[in-house]
Structures are given as structure tokens and as C-alpha cells.
Design a protein around this ligand. Structure first.
Ligand code: HEC
Ligand code: HEC
Length: 314
């Protein structure tokens, strides 16, 4: 139906750059479209549920991704740090359409798949063609926070997007990603290419958790204030509950993967309460003692325990 409207608008010979007026019912019925198929282009207010569900988590507040806030009409029209993302009458030239269709990468929402449905992208297209009408402001619905076993990547990705991705990506503000570690997608976050920084089901064995709660130094994010206790708790529970993907599926524990952890030896041998297995092959450098800040290189065993290969005082 929306496709029909878009075709119709172009069919009426309106300049794409002009603010497109709605065709009158007479014009439409003269084109053989029934009243049932007539629909007004949506307004921002009507699109708001899509922004709330799929975009605002990253695109709002002081750390909004790329400076783009989609949670109010004025800020959406204002655009991102590189300028407007919607150009009246020109959906193809609008970053909002380019990103939601994946014509420009990374595709939005960044947590996808799933991405937006074609019907939703068509709604954005007709909204832009119609010159982005605002509509009557309504009070946006409040979504309750997820319970701990419902937390998925979709809940934590906004924090990574707002606080971590500016560095942990290709061509970030520090150049190449620090330690080669990218945080632009779930796959990258869980990658074990060099070593696992997230061990699904075991937050204590996850260097990412140690970096955000300050057990490992330097604390992350490297610039700016630490994450709030609620944010740290959310990410910790996400990891402990299996680092679920947006569809709710748990990620598997990477048996055999390497880990490199930092923290204080709380016992011989445990790192801030995380039990470490040692064997005759384990190397100890500079006689680490209880209370010392150490670096542990280890492997995840088939029993899912952490077998230390080297413990070194730092
Ligand atoms: C998980 C976080 C996240 C979600 C959810 C998300 N975005 Fe983004 N968005 C980003 C990040 C990070 C960037 C910057 C990417 C880059 O540098 O290319 C970005 C960039 C963009 C840009 C490019 C701005 C420009 O000036 O080039 C647009 C447009 C955009 N997002 C729209 C959306 C829309 C619309 C949605 C919802 C359908 C959405 N985003 C959902 C994180 C997110
Ligand atoms: C301003 C840039 C910057 C930001 C923002 C940032 N980091 Fe980092 N990150 C770094 C640098 C630099 C290092 C390497 C520091 C070191 O260990 O000497 C690093 C290291 C790490 C490591 C250790 C990687 C490894 O291989 O052991 C993790 C995990 C990490 N960051 C996670 C995060 C998370 C999660 C966030 C957001 C909450 C974040 N970082 C935000 C710059 C940044």
C-alpha cells in the first residue's frame, strides 16, 4: 500500500526535490486506486515507535552515536555531526535511508540482523518524500528494563556504541582498534581471533568486564567517566547469562580459546575470586604473591576451567 503511494507520488510528476503534497482523493481515484488504499504519509510521531524500538538506545543523550539523536523531531532534523540525515523529497540521498537499507555500511540498526522491515523503510521513504511532517507530539511509551535472563546484545550494544566504538573500530579516534579489538558487532565482541575478551557464561574470566569495573587497568572507557554501576551490572549479567544474541540465543563457551586477564591475586591461585588451575607447565614470573596485581595468560579447558599458562607480576 505504501509502495503504491510512493509510486503514485512520483507518477503525479512531482519534482523529487520539492516538498510533495498529498495527492487528493480525486486525483487518486482518477488513477484507479480505491479509497481503501489511500493513506496519508506518516508523521514523525507515527514513526516514533520504530525509533524507540530500534534506534533511540544508541541515538539519544549526551553520547548519541555520531551525534545523531532520533528521540526528538528537532534533533532528528538537525542530523549528525556530519550534517542532516534526511533531505526533504530525496530519500535516496538521505543517510537515514542509505543506512537502514544497508546501501552505506554499517547498516542500521547496528544490532541487526534483524534490520528494519521493507514496510518500515517504505514508511521512512514516504515521510521524506512528504517533507518530513512532524505530527502531534504524543507521550512516548516507556519500555520496562529487561529482567536478567532476558538481556541480549540489543540491550548492551547501545553502551558499546556510545562509549567504546569510537576507539574499538577500524579508523577510530586512535587509528587502528586498540589491541586489535573491535566492538562494532556481536561477532567482533565475542571474537577469539587473538584471545577471548568475553567468555560467555563467565564474567570474571572476561577481560572486558574487568576493564569496565576497574579490576584490570587501564579502566575502560579510556576517555571520559566510567560506566554507571547500572551499565556495568547490565553488561556483567549479559555475559554471565551466556552473552545472548538479539534473538535470545546463548553464545557458546570458546573451549580451547586463549584469555589474557589482569587483576589481583586473591589466593594461590585465584584472581579476584576467579579460580585458576595451574599445572607443571605454568610459568610464574617475578614470584607473584597474594595481593599482587598480575597478568594471567590462560586457556579455557574442556571442563570450562581457566588453566593458567603464565602468571606475571605487573
Ligand atoms: C547499537 C547502536 C545503534 C543502533 C541501535 C542504531 N545505530 Fe545508527 N549508528 C550507530 C553508530 C555507532 C553509528 C556510526 C557508524 C559509523 O561511524 O559509520 C551510527 C550511524 C548512523 C547514521 C549515519 C549518520 C551520518 O551522519 O552518517 C544514521 C543515519 C543512523 N545511524 C541511523 C540509525 C537509525 C535510523 C537507527 C534505527 C533504525 C539506528 N541508527 C540504530 C549506532 C547505532
Ligand atoms: C578513547 C579510546 C578508548 C575507548 C573509548 C575505549 N577503549 Fe578499550 N582500549 C583502549 C586502549 C588504548 C586499550 C589498550 C590499553 C592497554 O591495555 O594498555 C584498550 C583496551 C581494551 C581492552 C583490552 C583488550 C585486550 O586485548 O585485552 C578491552 C576489553 C577494552 N578496551 C574494552 C573497552 C570497552 C568495553 C569500552 C567501552 C566501555 C572501551 N574499551 C572504550 C582505548 C579505548
Amino acid at each position: 500500500m505504501r509502495c503504491a503511494l510512493v509510486t503514485l507520488i512520483f507518477g503525479l510528476g512531482v519534482e523529487p526535490s520539492a516538498k510533495v503534497k498529498n495527492p487528493t482523493p480525486q486525483q487518486i481515484s482518477s488513477l484507479g486506486v480505491t479509497n481503501q488504499q489511500i493513506s496519508e504519509p506518516p508523521t514523525y510521531v507515527e514513526l516514533q515507535p520504530i525509533f524507540i524500538r530500534s534506534c533511540n538506545a544508541c541515538h539519544s543523550g549526551p553520547f548519541a552515536s555520531k551525534g545523531l539523536a532520533t528521540d526528538s523531531y528537532a534533533s532528528l532534523i538537525k542530523g549528525s555531526s556530519s550534517g542532516p540525515v534526511v533531505i526533504a523529497g530525496n530519500p535516496q540521498g538521505s543517510a537515514l535511508i542509505q543506512r537502514t537499507t544497508g546501501k552505506v555500511q554499517p547498516q542500521m540498526p547496528l544490532t541487526g540482523p534483524p534490520f528494519l522491515a521493507d514496510t518500515e523503510i517504505n514508511l521512512f521513504t514516504s515521510w521524506i518524500l512528504a517533507g518530513m511532517p512532524q505530527g502531534q507530539e504524543a507521550t512516548p511509551p516507556v519500555t520496562p528494563p529487561p529482567t536478567s535472563d532476558e538481556i541480549t546484545y540489543a540491550n548492551v550494544a547501545p553502551i558499546f556504541a556510545q562509549r567504546c566504538m569510537q576507539c574499538h573500530r577500524e579508523n577510530g579516534i586512535m587509528g587502528p582498534p586498540p589491541e586489535g579489538y573491535q566492538l562494532m558487532s556481536l561477532k567482533q565482541t565475542l571474537s577469539i581471533a587473538d584471545r577471548a575478551r568475553v567468555v560467555p557464561g563467565n564474567a570474571q574470566a572476561s577481560e572486558l568486564i574487568r576493564r569496565i569495573n576497574g579490576l584490570a587497568k587501564p579502566r575502560m572507557p579510556l576517555n571520559g567517566p566510567p560506566l554507571t554501576p547500572d551499565e556495568i551490572e547490565l553488561i556483567t549479567q549479559w555475559v554471565d547469562n551466556g552473552a545472548r544474541d538479539p534473538a535470545g540465543r546463548s553464545s557458546s563457551i570458546p573451549i580451547g580459546a586463549k584469555v589474557r586477564l589482569h587483576g589481583n591475586l586473591s589466593e594461590l591461585w585465584s584472581l579476584d575470586g576467579l579460580r585458576l588451575d595451574v599445572n607443571s607447565a605454568t610459568r610464574f614470573d617475578d614470584t607473584p604473591r597474594i595481593g599482587d596485581y598480575v597478568q594471567v595468560r590462560a586457556r579455557i579447558t574442556t571442563q570450562k576451567s581457566i588453566l593458567a599458562e603464565r602468571i606475571r607480576r605487573r
